[in-house]
Design a protein. Sequence first.
Length: 420
Amino acid sequence: MSILEKLNNKFENFTKTNEGDDLFTKAKLVSEILNSGINTGNEGLGMLSEEKVQGEYSIREKSGNIHKVIMLGSNSYLNLATNPEVIESAKSALIKYGYGMGAVSNYAGITPLHKELEKRIADFYHCENSIVFPSGYGTNIGVITALCAEGDVVINDSANHASIFDGCKLSGADIKVFPHGDMNALEKILKKIPKNKTGRLIITDGVFSMDGDIAKLDIITKLAKEYQCRTMVDDAHGIGIVGKSGRGSAEHYNVIDKIDLNVGMLSKSPGGLGGYCAASNDIIQFLKLYARTYFFSTALPTSIVGGLNTVFKLFEQDRAGREILWEKINYLKSKLYEAGFDIGHSQSAIIPVMIYDEDKLFKIHSELRQNGLYTNIVTYPAVRRKECRLRLCVMKELTYAQLDKAVNLLYVAGKKYNII
Ligand SMILES: Cc1ncc(COP(=O)(O)O)c(C=O)c1O
């Protein structure tokens, strides 16, 4: 197969072994394509951050070339990953406890700092208790597979994160999916679920990770009550940012007390690593025994946990810089809108810039980066190809000058490729 023939193949063509091929042949084919020098949208492979991630900083390309980019692709929206107060707490925890736990949580893996974090997260959601997982991805897998099994029904928004769908598949429960944000379709599904299904769970992202909009939790919680469903919200991108005190998407709709499983990630605005679920005492105790990604996985190191305790102290006091972030979000959105871009319906720090053409997307993304702007590139399997886009993530510490420069670069590329 020539490189060009291979290039006509798409991501999904390489997920299975072709008849007669060795198990590893597909990896070799993908390597050849990535090394061919033709844009595939995977140019990120091989890129290195040369210093701490901030508004504008140096990256090293695969070629070895080091240059500055404006960073519009980090989920550390509040710059807490580099916040001096957070780093100080991480440092003192590191010195006191060492750099790794060497055990899963249910053996010798946790310290008073881990307990403090569980309590801070539970208090933040006004819940009885919480559990902290060593990975965000593993949080969704662990929570869903612990609580749902064959005979139960899980009902998902089509734009939910991959880790939610993976958890649902692994659970063996019956999976129902409604089109993104379509509450009539959700109700239709709920009406049809036979009464003998033992458990029902509606699962949704709070802030959707590829669109930046917020799930309609006011309607979802009403429907959940009417059709006797439990609710799970993964607010990975909402925590610390949306809602009147930064408590996330459920606070935005004033329904925190109606969400049964408040899931979130410690890797995005909190700037660390891991994930959590805040819920009732019974549920948390159950998860600590039955969530396999908790039971069978080493606990977070205390440097991360110590830093996160300070993060939640800042969140509790609403001192993490949410207001400044929102000024930057609103500024960037208005500039992009003025420039004529289709930016969807973002209600968060995630702003999609719709391109709708994969070929143009690869070229635009690559040229922007060479010209000094880093954005995330989003296409299949994260979204449908025809809905491909750049995904801009705003950070609090981006300056207005950096935002203006970013919009100018986007404008030039947008004009060149007839996007605007
Ligand atoms: C909505 C959502 N849930 C879960 C995850 C997984 O979190 P982590 O990256 O911390 O594993 C992500 C991250 O991409 C996400 O966007």
